[in-house]
Design a protein around this ligand. Structure first.
Ligand code: ZN
Length: 246
């Protein structure tokens, strides 16, 4: 049996107790009132990798501390931990060297959680994070919108126990663009004509951690095969990257 789930559980449990006793705890180093210096690390130099031709920008190496932040945000909804992740993703976006013209439309698309995870947490975690990211980057960029249009085509197995090869097989062709939701989204944001007239789109696929890259690859494939894929350039943005995976 892999030790990873046990380690995750212990981390989360001890963190959960600590955050009740010391509410001003840093979600990263767990010291009291020290979070600002750690937060600075979450807007450090971005790291770049490629899935095929698609660049993926990540900000923080996924070590024990980063894992502690992700779990605090994801499993316990801790506000400050969410701020860390929002900052890391927003930093990735602002570091991005956009290729399109100045007025190109930037579309943030979150990678959806599984139905089971949404039920357990009471929210779609990355979607909720993406709303915060939008608020942060919209200050400096007026042409950025959020379109949560990806959906899982089938149930997927929990990834944590799988090998890299199994993860890739587990997720191949698993995500799709919900074209009806896309139409509704374009309409409500009043960008239907802009998108349909051939305006350049810069698609930003958002996730918390990239490990094997198999989820991101499935999302890239879904966008490429959708009506958005024709004129858009795609970039992946994640808060953390696991060196183990890629
Ligand atoms: Zn800290």
């Amino acid at each position: 049996m892999s030790l990873a789930p046990v380690k995750r559980f212990l981390h989360s449990a001890s963190r959960g107790i600590a955050s009740l006793v010391f509410p001003d705890l840093c979600p990263c180093c767990l010291r009291e009132g020290q979070w600002e210096s750690c937060l600075a690390l979450w807007q450090s130099e971005a790291s770049l990798r490629f899935i095929g031709k698609v660049p993926v920008i990540s900000t923080v190496a996924y070590d024990d501390r980063a894992m502690s932040v992700v779990l605090a945000a994801k499993e316990r909804g801790e506000r400050r931990a969410k701020e860390f992740l929002t900052l890391a993703i927003s930093t990735g976006i602002t570091r991005l060297d956009f290729k399109g013209p100045k007025d190109s439309l930037r579309v943030i698309i979150p990678i959806p959680s599984s139905k089971g995870a949404i039920r357990r947490r009471g929210e779609d975690f990355i979607h909720s994070l993406a709303k915060e990211v939008l608020r942060t980057v919209a200050i400096s960029d007026h042409h950025v919108v959020l379109l949560p249009i990806l959906r899982w085509k089938r149930a997927i197995r929990d990834q944590s126990e799988l090998t890299m090869r199994e993860r890739i097989e587990n997720l191949a062709d698993s995500l799709a663009v919900d074209e009806r939701r896309l139409e509704k989204g374009l309409h409500s944001l009043d960008i239907t004509s802009a998108v349909r007239s051939g305006r350049d789109l810069e698609i930003l696929l958002i996730d918390d951690v990239i490990t094997s890259g198999s989820t991101m690859a499935a999302a890239i494939s879904a966008i490429s095969h959708s009506s958005l894929g024709v004129r858009s350039s795609i970039t992946g943005i994640t808060a953390c990257y696991s060196a183990r995976g890629l």
